[in-house]
Design a binder for this molecule. Structure first.
Ligand SMILES: [Zn+2]
Ligand SMILES: [Zn+2]
Length: 134
């Protein structure tokens, strides 16, 4: 059986960053939410916001994403993104099956219904036939 997927622990990385890097990343994340807010309002707009918002909207996501990426690249060392040559999967994705990669939001579909946790990182759909059931 494969080892557990390597995980990226953003909180653990965050506390190692300088206050300047934290400030740059934090500001860019807030700006990204502001962009999302503009775009969400625009989707619900019935003309009240006017053409300026329609003009600026398509560029917001990519412009802010570039700022965020630059701030992160300046702060986080390349090796933080992988473990033993494999990309690290965000810890906020929650528990993941070490065999198939399923999780709380994408359970396997089996004849008995959705899979469940057999062990903390092994789902019921991936339990070998001969394994004793817990
Ligand atoms: Zn599984
Ligand atoms: Zn599963």
């Amino acid at each position: 059986m494969p080892d557990a997927l390597p995980r990226f622990d953003g909180a653990a990385i965050w506390v190692t960053l300088s206050p300047e890097h934290q400030a740059a990343i934090g500001a860019a994340v807030l700006e990204m939410v502001a962009a999302e807010n503009v775009n969400n309002n625009l989707r619900a707009d019935r003309g009240e916001l006017g053409p300026r918002y329609r003009t600026v909207s398509p560029y917001l996501d990519s412009a802010i994403a570039c700022h965020l990426r630059d701030a992160i690249d300046a702060a986080v060392p390349d090796e933080a993104w992988e473990s033993d040559g494999l990309p690290a999967v965000p810890s906020l994705a929650g528990p993941l099956c070490r065999e198939c990669g399923c999780g709380e939001r994408n359970a396997c579909v089996t004849e008995a219904g959705p899979c469940h946790w057999f062990e903390p990182d092994l789902c019921s759909a991936c339990v070998p036939e001969e394994a004793p059931h817990a």
